[in-house]
Each structure stands twice: as C-alpha cells, then as structure tokens.
Design a protein around this ligand. Sequence first.
Ligand code: GLN
Ligand code: ZN
Length: 747
Amino acid sequence: MRTLAFGLPRLGEKRQYKSLLERFWAGKITDTELLSGMEALESERLATYAAQVEVYPSGELSLYDPMLDLSVAIGLIPERFRPYKGLTSYFQMARGAKALEMTKWFNTNYHYLVPEWETLELSADPTLFVARYQLARKLGHEKALPSLIGPYTFLALSKKAGGQPLSLEDLERYAEALLPVYRQLLEALLQAGAPAILVHEPAFVLDEPPVPLIGYMYHALQGLPLYLLTYYEAVDFYPRLVELPVRGIGLDLVSNAANRAALEQYGFPEDRVLIAGLIDGRNVWRANLQEKLKEVEALTKIAREVWLAPSAPLSFLPLTKAPETHIPSAVWERLSFAKEKLEELRLVAQAFAGVPEAQAAVQASAALWAQEMPGKHEPTRARLAALTEADFQRPTPYAERARRQQEVLQLPPLPTTTIGSFPQTEDLRALRKAFREGKIDPETYKTRIREKIAEVIRYQEELGLDVLVHGEFERSDMVEYFAERLEGFAITTQGWVLSYGSRVYRAPIIYGEVWRPAPMTVEETVYAQSLTSKPVKGMLTGPVTILNWSYAPPGKTREQVAYEIALAILDEVKDLEAAGIKVIQIDEPAFREGAPLKRRDWPEYFRWAVRAFRLSARALPQTQIHSHMCYSEFESILRHIWEMDFDVVSIEASRSKGTLVEEFTRFPQWDRQIGLGVYDIHSPAIPGREQMAEVIEAARRVLPDSLLWVNPDCGLKTRKWEEVTPSLRHMVEAAQDARQRVSSVRK
Ligand code: GLN
Ligand code: ZN
C-alpha cells in the first residue's frame, strides 16, 4: 500500500504566497523575484509532502488559479487579453479591468476563474506545466506527478463568451476541440520525464453527468498513465467510472457512504489502483486512525492495490495547527490541519505495514476519541432536547405582524435602509488592531467606537434614511465577531485559507456545544438607538451562515449544530427586544451556498436550514425581523426563502433584474416585504438616480408597492465614503421620486 496526498495549501507557513503576489502587483518586486520566491515556496511544499507521503503532485503552485493555468495552456485566451504578454497577460485575465468571471469552486469557499470560450481554435502551450515539473525534478522530486484539472471538469465549469453555461451539445463540440490539445499537454509532460499524471475530475460528482461523453473523452486519452481523482461527493456512475482506461481512480470515502457501498456492491477492477480518500480533506479534525486502519484492511480485500489518500484536496484547510497553542489542549490534540493530515496518512499506512511506532500512534488516536470532547454544556443540551414545534413558529401570522409593526414603526411607502456596515477606513482598522494587541485600553476603544456610531447615526439622519444601522465598526468579520463571543468556538491566529487570488480568510472552529454567555451586540445597538428617534436595526449573523462559514464539530449533525447556534442568536434577539430595539436583521448570506452539491439532497438541507433560521428569529409579533442574502439566483429556492418566515428580506437585484422578476411571477404566494438591492456595492461606480429608479420600477411591475423597500444590495464596508455619500443620496432621491408615483396611483 502507498500513500498519496494532494492540494497542500499554496499559502505557505508565513503566508509567503500572498505577500509575494501582493508585492509583485504593487510593483515592489520584479518578475524574477516573484518567480524565485515561488520556487522557494514550492521547494518547501514538495519537501513537506516528501517527509510524509510517497506519491505527491508537482506543479500545484499556480500563480492565481489552476483553472486559469489550464485556460492559458490550451490557448483559450480571449481577444481582449491578446495585446498583453507573459505574466501581464496572465494577471490581466485574473484581475485586470475586464478579468474573467470568478465563481465558487464546488461547495468550498474558494473561487476559480471561469474559462471563457470565445473560440474553438486552441493551441497547446505546455511551457508553464513543463517548467513546473522541471522545477520539481531540479529540486530532487522527479517522481512527483504533474497535477492538472481534468478535461471534463474544465468543460463542465466553462462558459461561452456570452456567459451561458455549455449545453450537452456544446460540451460535445468543445470536447472535440479540447482533447487533442489536452493530450499534447500530457505528452509534453511525459516527455519531460513525468512518470504519470494526476487528473482532477471533481465535476464527476455533480448531478447527472453525461457519462457517455466522459467515456468518450477518456478513451481519447487512452494509453496515457493517468490517475484520476474524484472528490467532494460520491460518483453516481461508479460501474462506468471504474472502467475508464486510467491507472487509478480516487474516491471520496468520507462525505457519505455511497462510494463505499458501490465498492462493496460492484467490486473494483484488478488492474486499477484504488485511491481511497479516507482521511477527511475538508474538515480540521484528526481521524480515529484505528477505524481508518480497519477500513484500509477491508478495502485491501476489495481492491488489489490500494493507495491511502485524503478525501479531497487539502487546499482549503489551514496549513498547520502548530502555532495555535492558545487553543485548549484537549481540543488542540484533536485538530489536524493540512500538514497533520499528511502525518495521519503515513501513520495509517505504516501501522498497516506493522511499524510498531505507527501502531502505537493509531492506538493513541483511538484512545483520544474514546474520551469526551471538551465543551459540553448541559443547559444547552437540555434546551435542545426540550424544543417543540412551537419553537420553530412565530405564533402570530405575518399579516397581523405586519400591521402591528407598522403601528410601531410608522414607515413611509418604499422605506429606505442600508444592509448594516459602513466604510471600514484605515484608521478604523488600525484602531481595532491596536485594541486587539492591547495597545489601547478597553475604555478608550469603546469611546472611539461610540464616536463612530454617533457620526454614522447623524450621517444617516441627514441623508434622510428611514431605518438606520449602527455601522458595524466594531466587527472585522460578520462570523468571527460572533464566534469570538460564543462558547464552543476556537479561533485560530494563523489558520488562513485562500479564498481567491491572494485573498485569505480564517474560519472559526466549532468544537463544543454553542451557547451565549453574555449579550454580544446590545450595547452598541442600544447606544445607537439612544441617539435617534428613527428605528435602528439590530444586526446579527444568522445560524446557517455562522455554521457554513465555520468548521463543524465531529460526531454531530449539521442540523443539531445549527439549532445550538440558533438558540444563541435567539437569546440575542430577546435581549435586543427587551432593550427596546424594534427592528432586527439576521443576515444569511451563506444560506444558499450551504446547499449540498446534489439536488436530491436539497430538500433535507433546506428543511433544517429554514428551521434553524426560524428558531433564531422567533421574535415578538411587533418586532420586525429582516434577513439579508447577497444574491438573487433563487431559482427553485424562493419557496424555502419564503418559509424562513421573516417580515422583510433584502437581496441583490441590481445585476439581474430580469430573472428575478420571473422568479416572483412563478411564486405568487410571495407576501413578504422585500428590498431589492437597487445598486451594486461591489463596484466603485456611483449609480445615478435614474438607474436606481429602473430597478424600483422593475420590482413594482411584479410586486405590490406595499411590499417594497429601497436599499443597496449589500453592506458598504468595502466602499469609500466618497462613493457611499453620493450613492446613498441618489438612492434616497430615487425612493422619494418613486413615492410620488406610488401616491399618485393611489389617488
Ligand atoms: N450586515 C452585513 C454588512 O452589511 C452583511 C454582509 C453580507 O451580507 N455579507 O456588512
Ligand atoms: Zn450581502
């Protein structure tokens, strides 16, 4: 048995990847310095692999994104980038003015660059891939396997020049164009001495893949030494998959039991390597290695040759837990980030081979998991156990709530509001940092935040907004802020993960039962409310988003954890109400993205996700509950959104008016107030009032005036004050204009 790992994070222990790229983009280092910095990083990465596993990739250290690398290597470079050369061209495609579209990579928080098929005339340029393999050779890793996105996944994630996805017919045509150049790339790598190639095909796990086309594509690559990796889910066409003419096939044996059951049912071909994805590549927990060892033993009875591997690339795990010594030791011992996963692979393989040191480690791991995980909280368990259906329902129907809320709030038609955050300026970030580092005392910090709140309340009153916010100046991140204040969470200091390009984020780790020891937002919200007679919206992050943007604890269903978080948020809702807050927004931007990859699993996800939100939002009838989601591709989920039973929702609409209108005509039950984002906050452009009037009018065509709000499509924290002020001014004017039209219709 051998061990294989892949996807070791690009970032590096000191985030060298990020700083190299950012210094290069800022013109502070040259091309040569960038590339030699990356060489040093690659050398470190390869050595990390080699210290623990036998088979590992070369060439993973993309300068931006592996999908982009493949676009470039097959000559899929849209005309508008042709005037540029080399690295300039590459980074123009990645992040220039008219860069390629970026979108989420499967169900991770990483974003890839979408291949844009402007032409079917491709030409292979293997230089980049070959150079990367040669670098590995030069560094003494000649056995490292070049690693490429597979041809089917590449096509499945592609779009036509106009932005439409490829139809089945397109897929077939484009495959004809792609396969010969793809083959040339592989052959060039083999000529350079690569022993075999790792081909990533995560798109095999998506719904209803075109199996005959996949078969056709791999027959076109027949004869090449390929190891094919699938991950993020089970494959629905196992019998056909294992017949593909490749040397080895990787299966995710962690996400669920389906691949394992297929192995049992159909067996595994004699002449292929089973790459058994047994170590969880998606979560931060150590495995019970004894169980893994048993599983390996069982698999060796099914397949003749088994390689032990992670269930998915390690790319979206933090690199190592070593610096996180502030985490309670009983939790820390159970953690396994990317580097530690490599060690787990080695230990299981060595224990299988009878190495005593490894066998002892395997036993220790079983003993560790036999002990209880810290962070148990009896009162939370009792609360969960006592939940009844009534806890998931607001007792008063919406129509009655809306009447009572309007009595309290007295809002004009088409009320205006914002989504919560206001610009986070340099001085504000410096202030938070100084506080974190203990350079200013809590009192000074509090005073400074209060000054900011007072300013932004005055500012919103001057603009004439109807429902105000406190500005979220005390928050750097909408999930981390709550994770830091809730029990059951651990926060890393260096646990950064790439989101795209050089952008990184740090997800909190949920280990124990989640509960709220003290109010989290009441002080700031109440202070803001004390300064104005207009309603101030309390701002909370919803349970589904907190869960989806954190690492979930082992041994519990996501549903259960979502309810724990929901109860903590509910406590906050109750305290805000008791302190006189009349409007509360519970943000759920990750509500939709938490949905499983396969459509058939959606009903179950939305069932509990909707319930978790409702549990957190069980406010008094006169409290107006808002939610916010920054997308509008509701497709078939509008019903689930409606089932969340909020009073008001704000969504993005400025970039996709047409489709949204269609959604609402297909769902006539819709009866909730809705704020269509009338302008796109992701762009620095200042929208004019006519432009916003158009969005308002588009909404008025499908929804009654009495349901409409006017707001930007997301929080303003990434914008500058110079952009926000005129934009909001135009927005308030557009709302006032529209009110005139509304009242003249009524007369
Ligand atoms: N209330 C948050 C803000 O305004 C919402 C952010 C989000 O939707 N991602 O920043
Ligand atoms: Zn948003």
